[in-house]
Design a protein around this ligand. Structure first.
Ligand SMILES: Nc1ncnc2c1ncn2[C@@H]1O[C@H](COP(=O)(O)OP(=O)(O)OP(=O)(O)O)[C@@H](O)[C@H]1O
Ligand SMILES: [Mg+2]
Length: 374
């Protein structure tokens, strides 16, 4: 096992593009770290710098407290699994898996024992004599994993290893990889742009945007306490709704005024918020200022009645997924979503629905910086 320290790492490519900016991360032994973020945010670049396949422009990389910036890739004791399985097509599964051992000049018997052990872990014993072209995507991916784990490296790097698989197989392999992590004494660093993979597999996740870390935390921490609107919307599916509002004093307490539909006083609604949020808004001078309000689709409740406290909206789309129904509607041109578990509803496009907002579950963000206030 190994711990890693990435200190103030920057990557500027030869063409001047600044792909990774001031990246700081400490990884403990045996962690399963997931780097997640939209396409082009720098995930692969970080992984390749750890592997030694890309130079570090500035900053320091330590593995087990040794300075690694200039260590050759082959001497880092790291295995990397890519999105494309990169198997040798002319070699059998057995030969593919044993390839790194042959290079290290292990004896025939040692190789045999290790391939046997790995193929048992991955349940691919029956595939050992086959050529990659005759395997399914999931089987190929397992062989690629086998070839990576057979040398028992201290660190595994995986770059979107499941993105070529269909969704059922992806779910299955997600579980396999998590199991593999608990079986092997190794540190895993896993890259994906899929927040569900990140949330289900990572012991901690690192959310990146535009070369910068936006937040580091356990899946639960980043879901419950996002630092900013980017993280709030990236984690959770469907995404958190963000409404524009104004902090006002109404009924002798601090409330959030939101206008829905036409931009006039009549359509304004007031959202009550807990006392702790009221206090923070007051202390930080937010009264009469604009604010962004975050609401998860699961903290909005569809209501059967219309009354003074309910919001009314025009339904633009309905998705029924298993026991859940997602109802989409527009608020000032922004797409909003409510998740309801009532399977017996017959809500359809073109209907008006009314809904309540669970005031305990509002997230408040600064209008300009988009940083979380509380
Ligand atoms: N060799 C290179 N030269 C110049 N720019 C590069 C090079 N490699 C990558 N980039 C740029 O650096 C940025 C980060 O690339 P990177 O491959 O790390 O992104 P990523 O987060 O892995 O994206 P994806 O999810 O699409 O794989 C991108 O804007 C990319 O165009
Ligand atoms: Mg990538």
């Amino acid at each position: 096992m190994a711990n890693l320290k990435l200190k103030q790492i920057n990557k500027i490519y030869d063409n001047g593009f600044h792909a990774v900016k001031d990246f700081n991360l400490k990884i403990e032994e045996g962690e399963f770290i997931v780097l997640v973020g939209p396409s082009g945010c720098g995930k692969t670049t970080v992984l390749r710098m750890i592997a030694g396949l890309e130079t570090i422009t500035d900053g320091e990389l330590y593995i087990n407290d040794s300075f690694m910036n200039h260590m050759a890739a082959k001497d880092r004791d790291i295995a990397m699994v890519f999105q494309s399985y990169a198997l040798f097509p002319h070699l059998t599964v057995y030969e593919n898996i044993s390839f790194p051992l042959k290079i290290n000049k292990l004896s025939r018997e040692e190789i045999h024992n290790k391939v046997k052990e790995v193929s048992e872990i991955l349940e691919i014993e029956s595939l050992l004599n086959k050529k990659p072209s005759t395997l399914s995507g999931g089987q190929k991916q397992r062989v690629a994993l086998g070839r990576a784990i057979v040398r028992k490296p201290k660190i595994f790097l995986m770059d979107e290893p499941l993105s070529n698989l269909d969704s059922n197989l992806r779910t299955q392999m997600r579980i396999e990889i998590s199991k593999l992590h608990s079986k092997l004494d190794a540190t895993f660093i896993y890259v994906t742009h899929d927040q569900i993979e990140a949330m289900t597999m990572g012991t901690r996740i690192v959310i990146m945007e535009d070369g910068k870390i936006q937040q580091i935390g356990t899946p639960q921490e980043v879901y419950e306490n996002p630092n900013n609107i980017f993280v709030a919307r990236f984690i959770g599916s469907p995404s958190m709704n963000i409404l524009d509002g104004i902090v006002v004093v109404n009924e002798e307490e601090i409330q959030l005024k939101v206008s829905i539909g036409e931009d006039n006083e009549d359509s304004a609604k007031y959202i009550k918020i807990p006392k702790t949020q009221q206090d923070v808004l007051k202390i930080n001078n937010y009264i009469n200022k604009r604010i962004k309000i975050g609401l998860r689709p699961e903290s909005i409740e569809v209501s059967a009645d219309w009354d003074f406290n309910t919001f009314k909206a025009y339904v633009t789309m309905v998705e029924r997924v298993g026991l859940d129904t997602y109802i989409y509607f527009d608020i000032h041109g922004d797409n909003c979503c409510v998740k309801t578990t009532n399977i017996n509803n017959d809500i359809k496009i073109g209907d008006y629905i009314s809904f309540y907002i669970d005031k305990q579950k509002t997230y408040l963000f600064d209008y300009e910086t988009e940083l979380r206030i509380i």
